[in-house]
Ligand binder design. Sequence first.
Ligand SMILES: [Zn+2]
Length: 119
Amino acid sequence: MNPEILDWTEGTEGIALQQCGDCRHAWYFRRDFCPACGSRTLIRKQASGLGTVHAVTLVARAPSEALRPYAPYAIALVDADEGFRLMAHVVPEARIGDRVRATFHAFGPATVPLFVLEG
Ligand SMILES: [Zn+2]
């Protein structure tokens, strides 16, 4: 792990990505090899947190009792500027095509990304 890279899945407020050192393909979930070309030459990078809303939906029924106080809340698929797509919380006024920026908020026991409108 690179201590200079912030990653909310490791308790720091940032979004990390992996990129292939050979074909430059970028993705979000950590893997041991490039899903595009199979290379094991991988680079871990800090994402800018900027992206564009690809899809958005409203969660009316929380998946657990602990999360029920948060419902309803909006979830988006965001196309990050670095070329990968991730699912994350988004402000409910976000629409497809909106430019968004990652912030972080408490959600049950975790701190998770919350995309807000950019600009
Ligand atoms: Zn590759």
